[in-house]
Ligand binder design. Structure first.
Ligand code: ADP
Ligand code: MG
Length: 346
């Protein structure tokens, strides 16, 4: 057992079990035994991911609620499962809580996690609880499954494939910067409160494209996929390195929300730089063979999700380049979202 926390561990676990635990045909044992037991799904591979959130590194309790933190942890994991094209199924949650954290705080954290998981019927099947002398730590593990051989990996992109991205880019970074106290001055027109709210919401309440990810794998529409957690320029680099290819991005094609454009004007920032570097958008970046482009457009329309072609896969020797609005082609900047404290692009 972990180091005994101040809060009443066993009562808390029992509360969590009652509120969020589930057993059923597939869950032979959930919370309460030494380990959970799951009946593995036939003909499918297991997909597993984990994510660790550390107070003052990944979140700030002055700007994020406990529900927000739980939500973010869930989305980070669900988005990883989505990026493999898999179906999320089970969650395990480990938490180390500082003395200032009480049981109601932790229940709110779990509410954030489970609300984000509910649309996909992800069941909480276990975890671990400890005290922390300083700072809150939250580690979430989500498991899922996918038909054997159907997963969408980072290494499948081929020269000539088209590069697609879901949603809009850079919003979460703009929202984070708006929340951080450093951002007070505006150099242009101030942001409307609706724009401000939209951007902050994109940072606090991102969504994971779980259903679209599954559709892309089930219909074999994508050749490679990754989710955007570090920012387009960093995550595209990962995808290209794994696939041993280069890429050309068209800066004029990058999907930018009107709120992001307004933010860029008011802060004197380059919206393209925000879109390239902004982290934690949790959009999907994927490659599509040209022959499948029409079908992809149809599927996207039906799913109600925006997908945008932002470029093309080139040979490795081409490197990673951006075609700017002026027509000039330059190397993609290496910088990507690092963390919180130095997140604002210069
Ligand atoms: P052990 O000492 O064997 O690890 P614990 O007392 O830590 O047992 O856990 C008992 C049960 O409660 C296990 O099923 C475990 O998965 C579950 N559990 C413990 N902490 C949490 C938590 N924070 N969230 C969800 N389930 C938990
Ligand atoms: Mg334990």
């Amino acid at each position: 057992m972990a180091h005994r926390p101040r809060l009443h561990e066993f009562r808390l676990i029992e509360q969590l079990r009652r509120a969020f635990g589930r057993t059923g045909p597939a869950v032979v044992r959930g919370i309460g035994d030494d380990a959970a037991i799951i009946t593995p799904p036939k003909g499918r591979q297991l997909v597993l991911t984990t994510d660790l959130l550390v107070e003052d590194v990944h979140f700030d309790l002055r700007t994020a609620s406990f529900e927000d933190i739980g939500h973010k942890a869930a989305i980070a994991n669900l988005s990883d499962i989505a990026a493999m094209g898999a179906r999320p199924e089970y969650a395990l949650v480990s938490i180390a809580a500082p003395p200032s954290c009480t049981a109601p705080h932790i229940l709110r954290l779990y509410k954030g996690i489970m609300d984000a998981c509910r649309p996909y019927r992800v069941a909480l099947i276990g975890g671990d609880t400890s005290a922390s002398p300083r700072g809150l730590f939250l580690s979430l593990t989500v498991t899922g499954s996918i038909p054997t051989g159907a997963s969408l990996r980072r290494d499948g992109a081929r020269v000539g494939d088209l590069l697609y991205v879901t949603g809009t880019l850079g919003d979460a970074l703009a929202g984070l910067t708006l929340l951080s106290r450093r951002h007070r001055r505006s150099v242009g027109l101030p942001l409307k409160s609706s724009e401000r709210r939209f951007l902050i919401d994109r940072h606090r309440r991102p969504i994971a494209h779980v259903r679209l990810g599954q559709t892309l794998s089930a219909l074999r529409l994508a050749s490679a996929m990754i989710d955007l957690s570090d920012g387009l320029s960093g995550d595209l680099r990962h995808l290209c390195e794994h696939s041993r290819v280069g890429a050309e991005i068209d800066a004029t094609a990058l999907p930018l929300s009107s709120a992001l454009r307004a933010y860029a004007r008011s802060s004197g920032t380059d919206p393209v730089a925000l879109a390239l570097q902004g982290g934690e958008d949790y959009e999907l970046l994927f490659t599509v063979p040209p022959a499948k482009q029409r079908m992809l457009q149809r599927v996207a329309r039906r799913s109600g999700r925006r997908v945008t072609c932002i470029g093309v896969i080139r040979p490795k020797a081409f490197g990673l380049r951006v075609r700017e609005t002026t027509g000039r082609v330059r190397l993609l900047p290496v910088t990507s979202y690092v963390h919180f404290h130095d997140a604002s692009p210069e």
